[in-house]
Design a protein around this ligand. Structure first.
Ligand SMILES: CC(C)(COP(=O)(O)OP(=O)(O)OC[C@H]1O[C@@H](n2cnc3c(N)ncnc32)[C@H](O)[C@@H]1OP(=O)(O)O)[C@@H](O)C(=O)NCCC(=O)NCCS
Length: 125
């Protein structure tokens, strides 16, 4: 089945402060990218944006989310692990620019009644 592309953004006033892009099929969400504007990091926007995409996926009945991250990207790895992602595989020397390994993470998504999002971390401005 051809995957669908989707993207979600978090806007403050007129500024896009975070976004996430994904491919999805009927039962799998692949996270392509997640980024927060450098000056807005460590304010909970990354977690909030990721939570939003996972929540939508749950509501669509998608059961699994997967992603790939550079082995040296500690902020992203910490975020993904705290959101329930577990490392499933390593692709050694995957990134030709740095020679870093790619880590493949996987998260099982439980069907949602729509309440999990309330548990997402608060953020303040
Ligand atoms: C990874 C990224 C999206 C995190 O966004 P963020 O808004 O700064 O993250 P949050 O404030 O929501 O933090 C959520 C969790 O991420 C982890 N985290 C975020 N920044 C971190 C850092 N600099 N060092 C360690 N852990 C970090 C922590 O576990 C944090 O939870 P805590 O606040 O309870 O400690 C952001 O750093 C980014 O845009 N990086 C560049 C793009 C990128 O690497 N994307 C991932 C591609 S796979």
């Amino acid at each position: 089945m051809q995957p669908f592309f989707a993207a979600f953004g978090l806007v403050l006033g007129t500024r896009l402060v975070a976004y996430i892009s994904v491919y999805h099929t009927l039962n799998e969400l692949e996270i392509l990218n997640l980024a927060v504007a450098p000056e807005e990091r460590r304010r909970g926007f990354g977690r909030r944006t990721l939570d939003m995409a996972l929540q939508v996926a749950r509501k669509m009945g998608i059961e699994r989310a997967v992603l790939e991250v550079r082995a040296g990207n500690n902020p992203a790895i910490s975020l993904y692990q705290s959101c329930g992602f577990v490392m499933e595989a390593v692709r050694p020397y995957y990134y030709s620019d740095t020679g870093e390994d790619a880590l493949i993470y996987d998260c099982r998504l439980c069907p949602s009644s729509g309440t999990e999002y309330d548990n997402a971390k608060n953020y303040s401005r």
